[in-house]
Design a protein around this ligand. Structure first.
Ligand code: CU
Length: 116
């Protein structure tokens, strides 16, 4: 009984860990090769506010807040539609540079994608 319960708790914990992390930590830390990177929008913030990615990386913004937000490039490189809760927006960065962006509904919300 006790063993069985421990196993099911572990199973649940690993499931939650999988759901919670969009990108495996090893990949996020290395950032050597292009791939995918996820930015969460929550509590009126872009998390993390600055991401560094390789050229060719697709960045996906996911709205985990319970109100709508957008992700709009300051230099008009990309522009999401209004993202409702759990909506996503993706953009593939094909040129190196620094790409500041903000939420057009709440302009104090800002972030940066640095493409190397
Ligand atoms: Cu917003």
């Amino acid at each position: 009984m006790i063993v069985k319960r421990a196993v099911s708790i572990l199973g649940l914990a690993s499931m939650l860990a999988l759901v919670g992390s969009g990108t495996p930590p090893a990949v996020a830390a290395a950032q050597a090769a292009p791939g995918n990177s996820e930015i969460k929008i929550d509590n009126f913030s872009f998390v993390p506010p600055v991401v560094k990615v390789a050229v060719g990386t697709t960045v996906t913004w996911v709205n985990r807040d319970d109100i709508p937000h957008t992700a709009v490039s300051t230099e008009k490189v990309f522009k999401s539609k209004v993202l409702d809760t759990d909506d996503k927006f993706s953009y593939t960065f094909t040129k190196a540079g620094t790409y500041p962006y903000f939420c057009s509904l709440h302009p104090k919300m800002t972030g940066q994608v640095v493409v190397q």
